[in-house]
Design a binder for this molecule. Sequence first.
Ligand code: AQP
Length: 367
Amino acid sequence: RPCTLSGIQPTGVPHLGNYLGALANWVRLQDTRTADSHVLYSIVDLHALTVPQDPIVLRRNVRDMAASLLACGIDPKRSILFRQSKVPQHSELAWLLFCRTPIGWLSRMHQWKSKLQMLQQNNPNAAAITTANATISLMSGGDENAKLDGDENTQGLNIGLLAYPVLQAADILIYRATEVPIGEDQLQHLELTVMAARSLNSHYKKEIFPIPKGIFASSSSKRIMSLRTPTSKMSKSDPSDASRINLDDTPDQIRSKIRKATVDSSVGITYDPVNRPGIANLINIYSSFSNEEVAQVAARFATSGNKDFKEAVGERVIEGLKPIREELLRLRKDMGFVEEILSEGEERARHLASRTLRDVQKVVGLI
Ligand code: AQP
């Protein structure tokens, strides 16, 4: 039975990368739903806790994310929209998966390795970690008690940050999802989910989980890059707001961010992601909204200057995001409605998740 599942972290207003890389596909996939299949979209608040969160901000971000998803076109009649933490079966299944996940699988994850690198660069005392042999030594010297009391130096390096791909696997497998619409940056985590599903199926000699497959956006949308550093992906957690277009940015903010986007100074517009990553990123963004091939867009603007091309990209983005922004601003004034949709979704999600959990508990010998 087909089932679609995906999630997004409530770590800020979704940006153009989230929208083009994942959310636009989420909306489209609702059309494939049949009477006996489910489409589930989760606000993965437990994942957000892998980095420090202010409780008040987190609570606000969760509701705002729900409003953003509805504004993008998630339709509660066709999809189950819910908060991950309100369905405890995710965490219960995660534990069962932890017990069959070799540490080596996790320490190889690119996202873990890049977070680690970032922490080590910013804080030389933070950790001594050898990812190659998965030896994890959380502290290198210093006063252990102070660290255990929550010294900020240790905050980035918690077990959750290392282990969250297993919780992500549980998010998917608890609904026996078959299709997972994600951006390219999540491919490795999906591969881990596949390995976890295969590992349980083969260990218990039973097809407990179907093998899920990733659904990716078109090649121009699957990885949208930062406007400031076009060799890194656009991200909610980038400290520079100018690096991304948020779905609630005003037309003036959008124009200004695109005008200031980092590009090279070669003459004319050509599509060359390796040597001209800034221009290639803007071509990808334009083509995602105009539904044209990148080559067509590059040919049309071949003789344009950077300034004119950026202006055209800005206007395309403003036009494409206008209905989403308007709906988001409207929903922010009606949070009671948003809360109701979440509660309904959570009841339905718990019902589906408890069936799988019971089956898995039987198979492993807990029932
Ligand atoms: N730049 C991107 N281009 C294409 N797709 C992207 N996604 C994220 N960034 C891009 C996809 O959006 C979905 C939701 O992502 P997420 O918020 O759960 O986590 P993330 O991948 O870690 O995204 P961010 O924006 O970088 O969040 P923070 O800063 O909080 O870590 C996923 O399907 C993702 O692939």
